[in-house]
Design a protein. Structure first.
Lengths: 94, 369
């Protein structure tokens, strides 16, 4: 999925809970809830509103004090996974 | 507070105005924490315990924090699976024209608590109108669900009962309600009040209807005060949460409670919530509850739910008194006296044992009168 420049947002069908250890996520594609790490949960929160993966990477880079390029590289597979699970969807489609 | 039971009650009040300090400077030993964790799991209070721990109000060791986090994650995972089932079930019922309201855990978690992770639940509760009740249950059965209880006679539950628990094919419990509670208080309430303009909440891309504020509070009181002989902690927290954090119209609450003949239930719920959770509060409804004198109907009806001498006969007698006319009383008695064969076989092993029990009830009844 070439999600870097597409605005994404939480799917309204996704169910989730923030926890003290990260987040739990359940979508139609999952049999059981999946646990997300605190970093993945922070990424998820970036998509409370429509945002591209690049924008999310910049926000996380600022929050965690890391290089933007590194943040982009690290979040890309997580974003792709969340899109594949149906947890993130194109903002234009919601 | 070092007694785990008392500590849990204080933790259940965590975050509310007037809640007690947990009063713990150092972590419990692992044995004490294990007792606390087991009790919190049983009471579905892990979210509040986890929140109290996360902000430092409840000191724990690193391993205790891990144990609590794992237990809470497990509870939350269950909540999400139940929510998926709730959405699918609500949509399926609604698509066949059945009007419904989501009750208790899921609805409260999403409409009353600041974070749904604070309010876990163990089943889903749906209220339907009495005339839709049999259809709703049959739809769930057609979808593979298994009712936990048979009715004594066809139509008994929608006329005199509260509802039934249907076990879904995945093993989850779906409680289908046509009233809020079994017995005299259930029969005295006006179910039309429950279907006035609902509060809606969004879940899984679906807008779900919940009870409006006054019936929602009264249902929380019913569940807390008479849902079990001894009030459980999370239902008490629900009452306190609604009382202390929502804009509750006291006059409207008392007006509807008067019509439902359940002001004693509100009194018991409010005083138990504030007392058990140790919350300092002197609002209008709390002050009313401290002073209210229940009437004879309320006292007698309450005994059927919570007294140490509560029994089948006592509840049946109190239920009879709440029925509006002789026709209803005769139908109620007939259903209890002459139930269907499969009901008798499942519940009591046969008609002979049923007859002996009925005679025992009749003797108790004469004693009650």
């Amino acid at each position: 999925v070439g999600a870097a420049s597409i605005e994404l947002v939480h799917s309204p069908r996704a169910l989730w809970r923030r926890t003290t250890r990260g987040m739990l996520l359940l979508t139609d594609a999952l049999e059981e809830p999946r646990a997300l790490t605190p970093t993945a949960a922070a990424l998820w929160e970036c998509f409370d509103e429509a945002r591209t993966a690049d924008d999310a990477a910049e926000r996380l880079a600022t929050s965690f004090g890391i290089d933007v390029a590194r943040a982009r590289a690290e979040i890309a597979p997580v974003v792709d996974d969340l899109v594949a699970l149906g947890a993130l969807v194109p903002a234009s489609g919601t | 507070v070092t007694d785990p039971g008392a500590l849990l009650a204080s933790a259940v009040a965590f975050g509310l105005p007037g809640a007690p300090d947990l009063g713990l400077d150092d972590p419990l030993d692992d044995g004490g924490f294990g007792v606390l964790l087991a009790a919190a799991t049983d009471q579905r209070a892990l979210g509040l315990l986890d929140a109290a721990t996360a902000c430092g109000a409840l000191p724990v060791t690193a391993s205790q924090r891990d144990d609590l986090g794992r237990a809470h994650d497990q509870a939350l995972g269950g909540d999400l699976l139940l929510e998926r089932l709730l959405v699918r079930t609500a949509v399926a019922l609604r698509d066949t024209g059945i009007e419904l309201r989501v009750l208790k855990g899921a609805a409260l978690a999403h409409t009353v608590y600041p974070d749904p992770a604070l309010r876990s639940f163990g089943d889903i509760d749906l209220l339907v109108r009495a005339h839709d009740y049999d259809h709703a249950v049959s739809l769930l059965v057609d979808a593979g669900g298994a009712p936990r209880f048979a009715e004594p006679r066809p139509g008994f539950t929608r006329r005199f009962g509260k509802g039934v628990c249907v076990e879904s094919p995945e093993g989850f419990e779906i409680d289908v309600h046509c009233s809020l509670v079994l017995g005299p208080f259930g029969l005295a309430l006006d179910t039309d009040d429950l279907f006035t303009e609902p509060l809606h909440f969004e879940l899984g891309g679906t807008s779900l209807p919940a009870l409006p504020p006054v019936p929602r509070f009264l249902h929380a009181c019913v569940h807390a005060a008479i849902g079990a002989p001894s009030p459980r902690l999370m239902p008490l927290r629900d009452v306190a949460q609604l009382l202390l954090t929502t804009d509750l119209d006291t006059a409207a609450v008392l007006d509807v409670a008067r019509r439902w003949r359940c002001r004693v239930v509100v009194q018991r719920a409010v005083t138990a919530a504030l007392g058990t959770l140790g919350i300092e509060h002197h609002g209008e409804l709390a002050d009313w509850a401290r002073a209210y004198e229940p009437d004879a109907f309320e006292r007698r009806a309450l005994r059927a739910y919570v007294s140490s001498s509560r029994s089948y006969a006592l509840q049946a007698f109190a239920t009879m008194q709440a029925l509006p006319n002789t026709v209803e009383r005769v139908a109620y008695l007939r259903a209890l006296a002459l139930p269907r064969r499969d009901y008798v076989r499942a519940r009591e092993g046969g008609y002979l044992r049923r007859l002996r029990r009925s005679m025992r009830v009749a003797r108790q009844w004469r004693g009650l009168r």
